[in-house]
Write a protein that binds this ligand. Structure first.
Ligand code: CDP
Length: 206
């Protein structure tokens, strides 16, 4: 059975944690599509043309440990505004989405552009301050030297670029269930996501 769960939302909204928990709950495969753009951004910072980087992306370029830095996040959001970069990554994401056994994809345009036919769509948000606070704790926990003001500025700058771009701008799909996690602990957010997916699963079986 192919069943696609699309999870979109702005920077550091908790998509990653929710997506991993939802995938584990249903036994589905998970693709963090942000890593694709981060890997292209990292290769651009190394001097490669971003379109060439996207067209030649390999599995070994997706090493999470080197891609979760603020510099790479900014580079990712810049290359993500280039239409030819996005186009080069479409087929891989769509094939992943329709794999047998079910798939969870998280990103910015999964419910709107990559998988408009996804059986379940979630849009996960939180206030910019809450998101920056979470990302600040995550980065300092990983030993990255930064301060809260810089993280908040980064989150806001990327949101503006991601929402303002012409190609696949960040926005909720019309039929997405919105989950605002500003005042939710992570287990409550995961429970809300699972409840929404359960409802979609039930609907798909009728
Ligand atoms: O983890 P965080 O939410 O901070 O970012 P991410 O999901 O790793 O995505 C990094 C950047 O990639 C975003 O700021 C977007 O510009 C871009 N992206 C995108 O354009 N489309 C996607 N489906 C996923 C990420």
């Amino acid at each position: 059975m192919a069943f696609t769960i699309a999870i979109d939302g702005p920077a550091a909204a908790g998509k990653g944690t929710i997506s991993r928990a939802v995938a584990a709950h249903y036994g589905f495969a998970h693709l963090d599509t942000g890593l694709l753009y981060r890997a292209v951004g990292a290769r651009m910072l190394d001097g490669m043309d971003p379109v060439e980087a996207a067209e030649t992306l390999r599995a070994e370029d997706l090493d999470e440990t080197t891609l979760r830095t603020p510099d790479v996040a900014q580079a990712a959001s810049k290359v993500a505004a280039i239409g030819a970069v996005r186009a080069a990554l479409v087929d891989f994401q769509r094939a992943f989405a329709r794999r047998a056994g079910g798939a969870v994809l998280d990103g910015r345009d999964i419910g709107t552009v990559i998988c408009p036919e996804a059986e379940a769509k979630l849009f996960v948000t939180a206030s910019a301050e809450v998101r920056a606070e979470r990302r600040f704790r995550e980065l300092t926990g990983n030993g990255v030297d930064t301060d809260f003001a810089a993280v908040l500025a980064d989150v806001k700058e990327r949101d503006a670029r991601d929402m303002g771009r012409a190609d696949a701008p960040l926005r909720p799909a019309e039929d997405a269930v919105e989950i605002d996690t500003s005042d939710m602990a992570i287990d409550a957010a995961v429970a809300a996501a699972i409840a929404a997916v359960d409802a979609a699963l039930e609907e798909s079986q009728t």
